[in-house]
Write a protein that binds this ligand. Structure first.
Ligand SMILES: Cc1cc2nc3c(=O)[nH]c(=O)nc-3n(C[C@H](O)[C@H](O)[C@H](O)COP(=O)(O)OP(=O)(O)OC[C@H]3O[C@@H](n4cnc5c(N)ncnc54)[C@H](O)[C@@H]3O)c2cc1C
Length: 400
């Protein structure tokens, strides 16, 4: 059989998982990454059953570890007074609670094991993509200058603002869809007042929230989420100043003040508009998108990394199954993934309201639900019945 080469654009969780899956399917993956090196650290993420099953299939094994904190998460006010709260640890399908960088490290180590010679070019990006029925010509710009290379398949795993999507997918197929909120996520350098290591908290006010995701073995990561009338203007501003305005005019209090002071010196904070990607198809000929580039469900779904892992895993399997018939493989792959991804995207619409309730009424309802969940019998029922909710089943069932 002749060698089949796939260009993978992007070395995030989805891109690395694609490299493993393509290697396993008998292809030669070549990766380009715009950044000068692999990213590390990041923010809290939960890996659901769909992601855990895909990681297991990809051979990631026990490199993916649950780092959940043992103590509780509380709803707190600006002074740190506590009332009952709910966290990802209470989701009745046992997600792994970890950090984005841990998941990326786990897939990266696996790639090093199975295909250590994978060609990876940093500081390199595609600037043009042209295809015919037999292959794809890609113009790449990087330290070697401008080069033109031919591949049998191009996989865009280059994130929510994908260049591959811009170059190969006409805008009428769809694109970004805003959820109305801004997000800011980063890891703390010091514990916050009243919230020692391992204790989580959430300040919930109409249209704005602040969440502390706890770990026992490292410092917490935090997330600001708030509605913004003009997200473009918001994003152009300085993150800490914009958040101070959004959480004013009331005094910030010791917890928010300490968190914002740490944001001012954080080098890796993510400050962005919360968006999803909606496309009517995820492939055009021999160019396919995977992960956030194709379907970003947003952080409110808790499924971005999990669906990226599953998308990569299933793509490799379908290409292996259909051999030289790439069109059939991509059609089969998309029809397998699309119903699941649609449900994750829909779930995110509920997730925005749970994370950042827009009104005092919504907060009141949320608060009552939290109090109810302090009763052991209700908690037990929630853990039993929650498993039967359709979205929960989607989350825990592996995608084959
Ligand atoms: C605050 C927050 C919380 C989250 N919580 C969860 C959660 O609980 N559970 C969950 O499953 N998911 C969660 N997510 C989502 C998850 O982090 C993402 O969906 C996932 O990391 C996306 O991975 P990716 O590889 O598809 O894209 P990315 O991580 O964006 O990787 C894309 C890569 O492509 C590179 N690139 C971009 N453009 C180019 C170019 N032109 N040329 C070459 N390379 C390029 C980038 O540098 C990057 O390395 C959360 C996200 C956020 C922001």
């Amino acid at each position: 059989m002749t060698e089949r080469r796939a260009l993978i654009v992007g070395l995030g969780i989805s891109g690395i998982a694609c490299a493993i899956a393509m290697h396993r399917a008998g292809w030669t993956p070549v990766v380009v990454e715009r950044a000068p090196a692999r990213r590390r650290g990041g923010y809290f993420i939960a890996i659901m059953g769909v992601g855990r099953a895909a990681a297991a299939d990809l051979g990631v094994g026990d490199r993916l570890v649950d780092h959940r904190a043992q103590s509780s998460t509380y709803v707190i006010d600006r002074q740190g007074n506590r009332s009952p709260g709910l966290s990802f640890a209470d989701i009745p399908i046992n997600p792994y609670l970890t950090m984005r960088g841990d998941v990326e490290d786990a897939v990266w180590q696996t790639l090093q094991d199975v295909a250590p010679d994978t060609e990876i070019h940093f500081l390199t990006s595609p600037t043009a993509i042209e295809q015919d029925s037999n292959g794809v010509e890609v113009t790449l710009e990087g330290p070697e200058g401008v080069t033109r290379k031919r591949f049998d398949l191009v996989i865009g795993a280059d994130g929510i603002r994908s260049t591959v999507r811009r170059l190969a997918f006409p805008p009428e197929l769809g694109g970004l869809r805003r959820l109305g909120t801004m997000i800011c996520a980063y890891a703390l350098q010091e514990d916050l007042p009243t919230l020692p290591r391992g204790v989580g908290g959430q300040i919930i006010e109409p249209g704005r929230s602040f969440t502390v995701f706890p770990f026992d073995d490292r410092r917490s990561t935090v997330l600001f989420s708030y509605y913004a009338a003009d997200p473009d203007a918001e994003r152009k501003g300085v993150h800490s100043e914009q958040i101070r305005k959004a959480f004013g005019p009331e005094p910030l209090g010791p917890i928010l003040e300490a968190a914002l002071r740490q944001l001012e010196t954080s080098e890796a904070a993510l400050f962005d508009i919360a968006e999803q990607v909606h496309l009517s198809t995820w492939y055009q000929g021999r160019v396919v998108l995977v992960g956030d580039a194709a379907w970003c469900p947003s952080l409110y779904s808790g499924m971005g990394a999990s669906s990226g892992l599953a998308g990569a895993n299933v793509l490799g399997k379908r290409l292996q199954k259909h051999g030289d018939d790439i069109a059939a493989a991509l059609a089969d792959w998309e029809s397998t993934m699309r119903p699941r991804v649609s449900s994750f995207q829909k779930f995110a619409m509920t997730g925005v309201g749970v994370f950042t309730p827009a009104s005092t009424d919504a907060i009141r309802i949320r608060k009552r639900a939290m109090v109810l969940l302090t009763y052991p019998v209700i908690r037990w029922l929630f853990s039993r019945l929650g498993k039967f909710l359709p979205i929960m089943q989607q989350r825990q069932r592996p995608i084959a």
